[in-house]
Write a new protein. Structure first.
Ligand code: NAP
Length: 247
């Protein structure tokens, strides 16, 4: 049985009707950037819990999660209504292996996310580790419309802190766009548009790629990277692409 502890909302950010961040206080066990916890609420006498990645860096408070409101879902619409001072539940033990200590040395780190899966990468980018380990760090963030590009302030701060090492590449897939990449991540990898945009080679010799998103994105992006000779990284079989299915 999971041990649940109480979390208290300190701030709710409503990016739009469907995208919400909750900042909260709770006694969590120490976590690594990139890990997730389980958050839950009691619905009709039953505790419903789902995994949510931590967006804050491990030493940053308050804690923070970022999620999509699934209209018919039992949990996210209720979590999205919580106001400062109100409570939900969390299992304080973190989980997950999408962390920098799991990946091998490489010159360049590519973090490629769709939608709310940007969260764990923001946590990683707020820590010191990527900046001491990699010459260049690229954050690719794919959303349908510009209005879904949440956390622009945080990304701007990371850019200001690491102006020569960091590159941010938004992908807007359902709106006309000029200077941005207007196709999905795998299509932009295969066409070479992502490499042209960053001026960096995406090759097994230079890159390690971390992927976070829905399962078809993970599958499709891995397939496009495999065409470049990259392979999935596993503890026993080192490779170039790290990803984790947690949903
Ligand atoms: P989403 O709908 O999965 O992402 C929107 C973007 O992803 C759009 O640009 C979309 O392009 C693109 N996309 C969709 N399918 C794709 C594919 N097969 N290959 C490449 N790009 C694809 O966003 P979301 O609803 O926020 O979901 C994010 C996913 O990440 C969920 O599965 C969630 O469980 C997971 N996740 C969430 C968290 C968290 O803490 N909330 C953490 C880790 C992972 P089109 O416009 O062309 O469809």
């Amino acid at each position: 049985m999971s041990e649940w502890v109480q979390a208290t909302v300190v701030e709710r950010i409503r990016w739009n009707d469907a995208l919400i961040s909750l900042r909260f206080e709770a006694e969590l066990d120490p976590f690594k950037a990139g890990q997730f916890i389980r958050a839950g609420m009691d619905v009709d006498g039953e505790r419903i819990g789902r995994p949510y990645s931590m967006v804050n860096a491990p030493d940053e408070r308050p804690h923070e999660i970022y999620f999509n409101v699934v209209r018919e879902g039992p949990l996210s619409p209720r979590l999205a209504q919580l106001q400062p001072g109100e409570h939900f539940w969390v299992v304080p033990t973190p989980n997950g292996f999408l962390t920098l200590d799991e990946i091998p040395e490489a010159r360049h780190l590519w973090l490629l996310a769709t939608g709310t899966a940007i969260g764990p990468f923001l946590s990683i980018l707020k820590t010191a580790a990527p900046w001491s380990r990699f010459e260049k760090v690229v954050l690719g963030y794919s959303v349908r419309t510009r209005g879904e590009l949440s956390y622009q302030g945080t990304i701007q701060e990371i850019r200001q802190r690491h102006p020569t090492q960091f590159q941010f590449v938004p992908f807007i897939t359902r709106e006309p766009c000029d200077d941005l990449l207007c196709q999905r991540i795998p299509a932009c990898i295969e066409s070479g548009a992502l490499e042209r945009k960053t001026g960096l080679d995406l090759t097994p010799e230079t890159a390690h790629v971390m992927l976070c998103g829905n399962s078809s994105m993970l599958q499709d992006t891995l397939a496009s990277l495999e065409k470049r000779g990259m392979k999935r990284h596993r503890r026993r079989e080192p490779g170039h692409v790290s990803m984790e299915k947690y949903h």
